[in-house]
Design a protein around this ligand. Sequence first.
Ligand code: AQP
Length: 371
Amino acid sequence: MKEDKKNMTKESTSRRPRVFSGVQPSGTLHIGNYLGAIRRWAAQQDEKESYFCIVDMHAITVYQDPESLRHLTRDVAALYIACGLEPQKSTIFIQSHVRAHAECCWILNCVTPVGWLERMTQFKAKAEQRESVSTGLLDYPVLQAADILLYDADEVPVGEDQKQHVELTRDIAQRFNSIYGPTFTVPKAVIPESGARIRALNDPSRKMSKSEAHIRGHAIRLTDEPDEIRHVIRCAVTDTGREIVFSDAPEKAGVNNLLEIYELLTGKNRSEIEAHFEGKGYAVLKEEVAEVVVEALRPIRERYHELVSDPAELDNILTAGADHARSVAEPKIQDIKRKVGFIVMGRGMVHFLLEIGLHSRLHQKIGGLQR
Ligand code: AQP
């Protein structure tokens, strides 16, 4: 705590708590992304200054088909909004639209020992599955650190799988601050007690993953139709027992997973839920969980379809989001560059307006008036 205070910039103590988080457009969002992250982001937009990114540069650390990456990037934006993120309250933008992320990543690379990255469990797990591993995959957490630190985020609301990466972000921030002087706010991961790790329905020993969400039975995708949701939950792997209780025992992981989904979507407490299911079989549990999920996802799916039918409006939201993100990230990257000893030229007003995207919007406005 003492260490955190020492590393805080003045800025972070005089404004609303700032939040940064993101999702990779590496597949269709699933109920784990919703319960572990996005739903919580939406719930705190009023109290916190929020930045929610679609991290396309992270997605290409493993190959993505270019056309499908473009499609999935807009899809994630539409699902953010369908899940309750409001562009008037939160800044929603695409990572690659703000150049400062790549620039900051490079500078942070130069203060990050490679051993720190080789220790990351997500890197080790992914590297094991492949013959050849890209440098980007190893460097993934440094780009994530750049994302978070550029905005001086105080909080990073994520699922449990990202805990280690946020801890690394803290280490990188502290190291940079100790070499170059106070620059970055040292952020903290905010991980929920329930829903931090929604498990794969076809294998509850593993987490539900977007990149596997296309495998039938693995995930409930936010865009799935009711019959598909019912089918997938009916087939969810459980155990040979009969007890419907919350439990950390590995053999009860499947039942516990269904109960956590039910808990989060109904808002009921655990003892109430256990009492409700007492003496009932797994078939009843699955049926009831499925109906709760169907009803929770219905408005999200409907809003998603409306949003994707108007890609121009979606692009306007993303353009405005990137403009605003740049207005925070640009001065920050200039400060970082100055700190490490780069020559930072003073720039004219036109250049600045161009960089933060106002110029083009001004142009559009003038064009509109002339017409
Ligand atoms: N199963 C999950 N339960 C709870 N939270 C989760 N998150 C991801 N999976 C779960 C949280 O969702 C946010 C976005 O993370 P992501 O884009 O890395 O999502 P993913 O489903 O993990 O996607 P991938 O492409 O399949 O990634 P890998 O291959 O790394 O697993 C984060 O806040 C994350 O914690």
